[in-house]
Design a binder for this molecule. Structure first.
Ligand code: GLC
Length: 529
């Protein structure tokens, strides 16, 4: 079976993982120095958020040169060193690709904006103002304000779905496609195991640039982008064809390179991103539903519904995948509490398919407090919104604070004050402390990954919901491993034939059970039947 069908993917936000040169910002050599930790944790594949040359207006998601390493993170040689070491340890390495937009400092955009007849003019999306001088239509950007900025010199607006410093590439232009495919080949030739592709569902926009309709569910306090529904800015049919083209670029290379797509869409719109058996698309279009519908109503009944709906809707050839956190969403332990974070980890690593884990969640890192004068996230600085699914306060900094390695200065992340403050709970909550504790969250994640790897049923078996009392979500994998998750703060009991406990999320009991399983409050149990 191809490696990515069962792989655990671990997301590293390079700025925040490990600093090796004392500038307060994480870097590639820092990551390299922590590879043994990652190997020991038991993950299979590392995904690095962008480390390319960038003015860092969106912390690297504004790329100024696709085939480079920003000096802040090291050099291409450091990258080769990291990749070589990772491979030696049997770890795969996936890099971020940001094809929807570049930085406004990218040479392509500098040329494009220099004049209306520049050969690269059409590499970006330029439109004339309306007769009154206003933007071409009502589209709003994710980071506040219109999706359009006027270039005074050439008298046209350019499209940007995020910051004005992140102009959208024109994916209808074949030269643009080829330029990005060449950048992909650059990294594939180096030997990377694939890409996580940024905002892949946003690549193409409506060719007629129609106004978007109002969103009837928009609430006061939510960010501007959500005032409208997005039938014209998002998820166009051409986008799915491009995804298939990108997949073909990966297929030029040996070694099962993988394409993971960032896609925030409901299931019916998400599934087409798998492509078809004949013309496949993404190997793993990210399934973010645990983070949204799941965490906004963290109950057994809701979670069971989400899992069943996904399982039912997946194309037969598709590999499922599940995600609990990333650099854009508040921390797992903050959102559902520490007790349930252990249940969530058990869920993630025992569902069918490939799980993705966010750095630091294995020690239960919580959102870091960010004093107003230290806020860095451009999304938060440019707009205010209520907390919640489409809100922003206090932005995305809290989930990006430095990894907590030790109880010493700056949590062992750096020798100098880091770019974002270390969460003060690092004194108790850190890798060193949890390493020494046989019942810690870190030990739980390690143990879960061992149990998972040793069980063919968990890696490859089918999924079947199992009858459970209210407050408990249970399922069978491969007909022989039973997972029972108690979402409630009360003890629960359920009937089962006979089994052997492989793991309790409290890491304090093993052995045989017969007829009846007593679950403690917030306990998750994996049983071999
Ligand atoms: C994706 C990234 C996010 C970034 C945005 C624009 O959603 O995950 O961090 O700000 O794209 O590139």
């Amino acid at each position: 079976m191809e490696w990515w069908k069962t792989a655990t993917i671990y997301q590293i936000y390079p700025r925040s993982f490990q600093d090796s040169n004392g500038d307060g910002i994480g870097d590639l050599n820092g990551i390299k120095s922590r590879l043994y930790y990652l190997k020991d944790l038991g993950v299979d594949c590392l995904w690095l958020s962008p480390f390319y040359k960038s003015p860092m207006k969106d912390f690297g998601y504004d790329v100024a040169d696709y085939c480079s390493v920003d000096p802040m993170f090291g050099s291409l040689k450091d990258f080769d060193g990291l990749l070589g070491e990772a491979h030696k340890l049997g770890l795969k390495l996936v890099v971020d690709l940001v094809p929807n937009h570049t930085s406004d400092q990218h040479q392509w955009f500098k040329e494009s904006r220099s004049s209306r007849d520049n050969p690269k003019r059409d590499w970006y999306v330029w439109r004339d103002p309306k007769p009154d001088g206003s933007p071409p239509n009502n589209w709003m950007a994710y980071f506040g304000g219109p999706s359009w900025t006027l270039d005074a010199k050439t008298g046209q607006y350019y499209l940007h779905q995020f910051l004005p410093e992140q102009p959208d590439l024109n994916w209808r232009n074949p030269e643009v496609r080829e330029a990005i495919y060449e950048a992909m080949r650059f990294w594939l030739r180096k030997g990377v195991d694939g890409f996580r592709i940024d905002v892949i569902w946003l690549l193409v926009e409506d060719g007629k640039f129609r106004d978007e309709p109002p969103n009837p569910n928009w609430k006061e306090g939510e960010v501007d982008r959500f005032r409208h529904l997005h039938p014209y800015q998002e998820d166009q049919p051409e986008t799915r064809e491009i995804v298939q083209e990108m997949r073909a670029v990966l297929e030029e290379f040996e070694g099962n390179r993988v394409m993971v797509g960032e896609i925030y869409l409901p299931y019916d719109q998400l599934m087409p991103y798998y492509g078809t058996l004949e013309r496949p698309g993404c190997h793993l279009p990210f399934n973010f539903h645990l983070m949204f519908r799941g965490m906004s109503n963290w109950t057994a009944e809701n979670l069971r519904g989400i899992v069943e709906e996904y399982e039912t809707n997946l194309p037969a050839f598709a590999t499922p995948n599940w995600v609990l956190g990333n650099h854009d969403q508040h921390r797992l332990a903050t959102r559902i509490g520490e007790a349930q974070a252990r249940v969530a980890a058990t869920l993630l690593f025992t569902l069918r398919g490939s799980p993705t884990w966010y750095y630091g969640d294995e020690i239960g890192m919580t959102d870091g407090p960010i004093p107003p004068e230290k806020v860095q996230d451009p999304a938060a600085l440019r707009q205010k919104g209520s907390a919640g699914e489409h809100g922003l306060d206090p932005g995305r900094d809290p989930e990006r604070t430095p990894m907590q390695w030790t109880p010493h200065a700056y949590a062992g992340f750096s020798t100098r004050e880091p770019w974002l403050p270390v969460n003060p709970n690092y004194l108790e909550r850190n890798v060193e402390a949890q390493d020494a504790n046989s019942e810690s969250m870190l030990t739980l994640v390690r143990t879960l990954l061992v149990v998972r790897k040793e069980s063919k049923a968990l890696l490859e078996g089918d999924y079947q919901t199992y009858k459970a009392p209210d407050g408990v979500f249970a399922y069978l994998r491969g007909g022989e491993v039973l997972v029972a998750l108690n979402f409630s703060p009360e003890a629960k009991a359920m009937n089962l034939p006979q089994g052997e406990i492989l793991l309790s999320s409290f890491l304090d009991r093993y052995g045989a059970v017969k007829d009846r399983l007593e679950l403690r409050p917030n306990e998750a149990v994996i049983l071999q039947l």
